[in-house]
Design a protein around this ligand. Structure first.
Ligand SMILES: [Zn+2]
Length: 202
């Protein structure tokens, strides 16, 4: 059994080591790993050792090791399977690089089966307006992200759902839009220093 949590926390506080420690203690986790996120396609396999990992996805089979992804409009996505958990930070750039699918591929290489993914609070397809040329470019590469030419907003939640379901992953989308829901932080909504945390552990 894995434990999944999506909650809102102030990014400024989370940068402080003792605030992260307080979060770890509040969840009774022996270890809680964060990432130094850079919209990369890097997936790291971790155990109970190490510090802040330079990647955008973490995987572990170690019990009591929490994996955290920070996001504020980007998608925090958790992955669970018997004996394995993972987490990924997936924004437009990471999505286009395939970070979500690469997390699944890596978990499967390690022996994970019947992977389930949960898409946490993130900006929805109605709200994520981008420049028309970017909309066309991404939309051609990933048709599931298309909404309408008039809106030219990208539906990354649908895009990643399509990607993962095509790979045979069971996907649950919490369908919470960070821009529309005042209980969550949104970078586009002006919350520059605050983040959601998506967290999973065995
Ligand atoms: Zn929305």
């Amino acid at each position: 059994m894995s434990r999944i949590l999506f909650t809102s926390l102030h990014g400024g506080d989370l940068k402080v080591a003792n605030a992260r420690e307080a979060l770890r203690i509040s969840l009774s986790l022996p270890v809680l790993h964060f990432m130094k996120q850079s919209h990369s396609e890097i997936v790291s396999v971790v155990d109970d050792s190490g510090g802040e990992f330079e990647c955008d996805a973490l995987i572990t089979s170690a019990k009591g090791v929490g994996l955290a992804a920070l996001a504020a409009d980007c998608m925090p996505i958790t992955f669970s399977a018997a004996g394995w958990v993972g987490v990924a930070h997936v924004g437009r750039v990471g999505f286009a690089k395939g970070i979500a699918g690469k997390t699944v591929t890596k978990m499967r290489e390690l022996g994970a089966a019947d992977i389930r993914a949960t898409i946490g609070p993130s900006i929805c397809g109605k709200c994520y307006e981008v420049a028309p040329d970017m909309y066309q470019e991404i939309g051609e590469l990933f048709p599931a992200t298309r909404t309408s030419d008039a809106l030219h907003s990208l539906d990354l939640q649908s895009g990643v759902t399509y990607e993962l379901e095509t790979m045979g992953v069971s996907v649950r989308n919490l369908n919470v839009c960070t821009l529309e829901n005042p209980h969550y932080f949104s970078f586009r909504g002006g919350d520059v220093g605050a983040r959601q945390v998506g967290l999973i552990s065995l």
